[in-house]
Design a protein around this ligand. Structure first.
Ligand SMILES: Cc1cc2nc3c(=O)[nH]c(=O)nc-3n(C[C@H](O)[C@H](O)[C@H](O)COP(=O)(O)OP(=O)(O)OC[C@H]3O[C@@H](n4cnc5c(N)ncnc54)[C@H](O)[C@@H]3O)c2cc1C
Length: 487
């Protein structure tokens, strides 16, 4: 008979003497964390946990798989609670690994803002021993199909490897950015001058004196700005967005989160907004800046999201999303300093409007920008960098294996455009709305049920809950006996 040790506060490890198999699609921060927790809390049988991830390493994914020294975490290291049960692991690692000695610019009066590649390295070091020991199998293939056969999953990678699984966890993270419609009909030559700002070689053809239009003004756009500056860019850099809003700076002073948003009466977008405004005003009375208020709001964001009826969630996204994002996703102090300097010298400008049309004029691009006042203006530049951020709309059809599941009614895109429809346990909802019992989603595409699920600490919490659920379900399904080991 199959024997399991299941995790509990007293019994920390769970061992399968022989056991079922779990496949995770995607090995970025989310997939890697789920895999690590499965091993630590439950599955110890070789090849029980398989992660399909085309990148060479587990744990870094889109955000942290970068060699670029100029892009930094937008959260201070002590808030990157990446390892469940060990909230200061990353901060300690920064000190003990010599990373801070090599990167003294990480230390600012607002906290330590490390390089993103260093966080990726930290995560890789967490995963590497488990992969080397064979307790996590890393298959460096992109999944092309996943189908249910007699209640089990058969998952096949682009390299032809197929793995059968009792449970399948989708952790495919961020999709690509949306391309503005204006770019749909541009010819090939013009299209070559438009690049995804997140691509590693996005800047390679950009001359230092050229004018660059960055479409987007969020953190991805500011990353592009930092990379351009590091390359010694001298030309004008314009950040175009519909709102014109830019991410806000962090506050120094080491303030704790301020405000109580544990309030069951907040059930409309307007009430949430009023409460935030009132709390900011109250904080100001005590000489506390607005940032700690947003930190408190973030802590309760998942509860607030659950309280809001669907129509109010929709309203919140439509009317308050950009406002929330610029306060919640703040720029690192190093970026803030570069932006202030760039704006003061006139090299950097923020433009409000919509890219309506693009055409080529000799070596230049003419971008027609529709402004809020229904006016249009032509803007001459040499390159366009797309930094509109990942587009989660139609998530259920954005890649091949999901499209097939979508066609079979096994998954569905969330109508609010946040990811895959799922419940608060991460179980994916079928087209009829019933929760799948062996198909889960983890990380940002599970936002429809959680609202706030982009940052590392929130993902870590979801991973813990999901892993405990999966282990409980496996235990029940396989009629196992539990042997709790006291540690
Ligand atoms: C640029 C950027 C900077 C960020 N900075 C911070 C920060 O400073 N602090 C913070 O708390 N949060 C930050 N975040 C947010 C957060 O850390 C991310 O949300 C988190 O990395 C999500 O990880 P993920 O594994 O879910 O997604 P991703 O990082 O997108 O990884 C998904 C992985 O799935 C793989 N994949 C996709 N499809 C398939 C398939 N079919 N088969 C196999 N594999 C597949 C991809 O190769 C990828 O590696 C940042 C996010 C971004 C994008």
């Amino acid at each position: 008979m199959l024997k399991i040790r299941i995790s509990s506060p007293q019994a920390k490890r769970t061992d399968y003497v022989s056991g079922p198999s779990i496949v995770i699609i995607g090995g970025g921060y989310t997939g890697a964390t789920v895999a690590k927790l499965l091993v630590e809390r439950g599955l110890r049988h070789v090849e029980n946990v398989t992660v399909f991830e085309p990148r060479a390493q587990l744990g870094s994914g889109l955000a942290y798989d970068t060699g670029d020294p100029d892009v930094r975490l937008n959260v201070a290291a002590h808030r990157m609670r990446a390892i469940p049960g060990s909230p200061s692991a990353f901060l300690q690692w920064l000190h003990t690994s010599g990373t801070l000695t090599a990167d003294p610019a990480a230390v600012t009066s607002e906290g330590i803002f490390a390089r993103r590649r260093d966080f990726g390295r930290f995560m890789q070091q967490q995963l590497a021993p488990l992969v080397e020991a064979g307790v996590i199998r890393h298959l460096p293939e992109k999944v092309s199909t996943a189908s249910r056969v007699n209640g089990r999953w058969h998952v096949t990678g682009a390299g032809g490897t197929t793995v059968a699984a009792d449970m399948l966890i989708i952790a495919t993270g961020h999709p690509t950015a949306a391309r503005p419609q204006a770019l749909e009909n541009v010819d090939r030559r013009t299209a070559r001058m438009v690049t995804d700002a997140m691509a590693p070689d996005a800047l390679k053809d950009i001359h230092a004196d050229s004018n660059v239009l960055i479409v987007g003004s969020g953190l991805t756009a500011l990353d592009a700005l930092m990379r351009l500056k590091a390359y010694g860019h001298r030309g004008t850099i314009s950040l175009l967005s519909r709102s014109g809003l830019l991410p806000r700076p962090h506050a120094g002073g080491g303030f704790s989160p301020y405000g109580d948003f544990k309030d069951e009466t907040l059930i409309t977008a307007r009430q949430v907004l009023q409460k935030v405004r009132a709390t900011i005003a109250d904080a100001a009375q005590h000489d506390i800046p607005w940032q700690p208020v947003f930190d408190a709001l973030r802590q309760h964001a998942q509860t607030l999201w659950r309280q809001l009826p669907k129509t109010e969630r929709h309203k919140l996204l439509r009317r308050l999303r950009r406002w929330y994002d610029v306060h919640r996703y703040r720029m690192p102090p190093q970026v803030s300093a570069a932006l202030v300097e760039g704006m003061a010298t006139g090299q950097v400008e923020a433009m409000v409007g919509d890219l309506a049309c693009l055409r080529q004029d000799g070596q230049d691009l003419i971008a027609t920008i529709a402004t809020r006042e229904d006016r249009v203006r032509d803007y001459r530049c040499h390159h366009i960098l797309l930094a509109t951020g990942p587009d989660f709309r139609d998530y259920g059809t954005h890649q091949k294996f999901l499209l097939a599941l979508h066609r079979d009614g096994i998954v569905q895109s969330d109508p609010l455009g946040l990811g895959l429809s799922c419940d608060q346990e991460g179980r994916i909802l079928s087209a009829e709305g019933s929760p799948n019992t062996n198909l889960f989603v983890a990380g940002p595409p599970a936002r429809p049920a959680f609202g706030e699920l982009t940052g590392v600490p929130e993902i870590a919490d979801q991973a813990v809950n999901l892993v405990d659920l999966v282990l409980r379900m496996l235990a029940r399904r396989h009629r196992t006996i539990f042997i709790g080991r006291q540690e």
